[in-house]
Design a protein around this ligand. Sequence first.
Ligand code: FAD
Length: 495
Amino acid sequence: MAKAAVIGSGIGGIAAAIRLAVKGYEVTVFEANATFGGKMTQFTLPGGYRFDAGPSLFTLPHLVDELFSLAGRNPQQYFRYQKLPVVTQYFWPDGTQLTAYANAQDFAQEAEQKLKVRKEHLLRHLQKVARLYHATADTFLHKSLHRVGTYLSSDVLKTLPALPELGLMTTMHAANAQAFEDPRLVQLLDRYATYNGSDPYQAPGTLNLIPHLEFNIGAFYPEGGIYAIAKSLVKLAEELGVKFRYQEPVLEIVISEKKAVAVKTPKGDFPAEVVVSNMDIVPTYRKLIPTQPAPKKTLNQPRSSSALIFYWGIARAFPELDLHNIFFSQDYWQEFEHIFKKNTVADDPTVYVNITSKLSPADAPAGHENWFVMVNVPHNSGQDWGKLIQQTRQSVLKKVSKVLGTDVEQLITTERVWDPKGIEADTSSFAGALYGSSSNNRMAAFLRHPNFSGKIKGLYFVGGSVHPGGGIPLCLLSAKIMGDLVPKVPTTVSA
Ligand code: FAD
């Protein structure tokens, strides 16, 4: 049986392993850590608090379902989720509070009441975004951008007429500011740049399609939290015969005659016909294939932002908060100047608070909540993180305490912090960037590394640092594209 080796068990690596197993490969996943998930992991803190360490927002759940269906299983028997009636609670420094309902009509109604915008205007905007998403997603997200076949497919016929409307020649912020008068609504829409670690003042208007996922399709919550995604997929993978080898880092991809033939680990060489790297693309080149020519332009693309996360056990319940909550900064432009130009954190950053105990009560003791408190920060370039953590902790507490009218610091019963250096050390993500390269220029989408090597046969790439990008749905799509490119194992016909 043809063997496949997958390097890393992030969500992209797990999905890749399932797709290869379905294709007939005997798959082994090598994971440096003691468990699977990469950024999508979980932990508990003393006092009975559970936390999802990384991703918290889940969109496009059908991409997870698809993996179960592909393997001939009923997704519902492995993985359940609910659609959120409210995506996010927004709080502005001027006291405005807005509930972003998942239903576009309700959201537009709420926006008309709280902000300076006409309901019909916002609804027309969301409909336009939906139309453009449908015209472009198949070409740009579901296929390799690096195969001629993509540009010859019939999908391109629906993509081409949409191109002039995509806002490629303007920035997200400029497009939003042109479309809407109210700076709070513009800030809300600009925020979607952070969904792939980018800067709305630099990223092309194309990224304004992201809100479509939340307002027209929905945001979802998996039963048991985000970690349930990785857990249920690993269960499926193991049922399909995939072997997971933990605490076994791959040290080298062995190349012979321009073909990947094995992976080397501290335990020896593991021969394979197909090698898939779920390791960040930069260390994949630098550490696993250092003697091979590297695509410098691609690897030198500016990295995405990272995150500073405070995980707090909170000795009180806040009915005014929901699963996802945003406390906006006063000056969004300054905030992104600090992240992307000054490589530091602004004094008044936007704060995101995720509370899974709202939907999974077992995640915190009764009457308490588990707060995942995140600030977008630059990727690691040697900053004094100890100092930035202390400063940012104070800014966060000041902001959140003011809005909630209570001294939040007094309520913290237990705490853990994850910073860009820690993210890099724990997941091998280059510079601790959450989403590989940023999308801060027009060509960024085309400069992401393809899902295959054009120089080394049998070598493929999945995960957030390669095409089509970071975040759970795009990592799942990277595995889908890889799966479509890998040849099926020939079935041997016995004589
Ligand atoms: P990773 O998660 O990067 O995992 C790679 C794995 O490979 C790791 O387990 C690592 O140990 C292993 N590995 C690396 N090198 C080797 C080697 N040489 N040998 C063996 N194993 C190796 N996305 C969303 O969709 N929604 C969100 O709300 C969201 N929020 C986020 C918040 C935070 C704080 C973070 C950190 C990320 C967030 N993301 C979010 C992004 C999302 O988590 C990632 O895009 C996605 O999980 C990355 O998956 P991946 O497949 O690239 O692998």
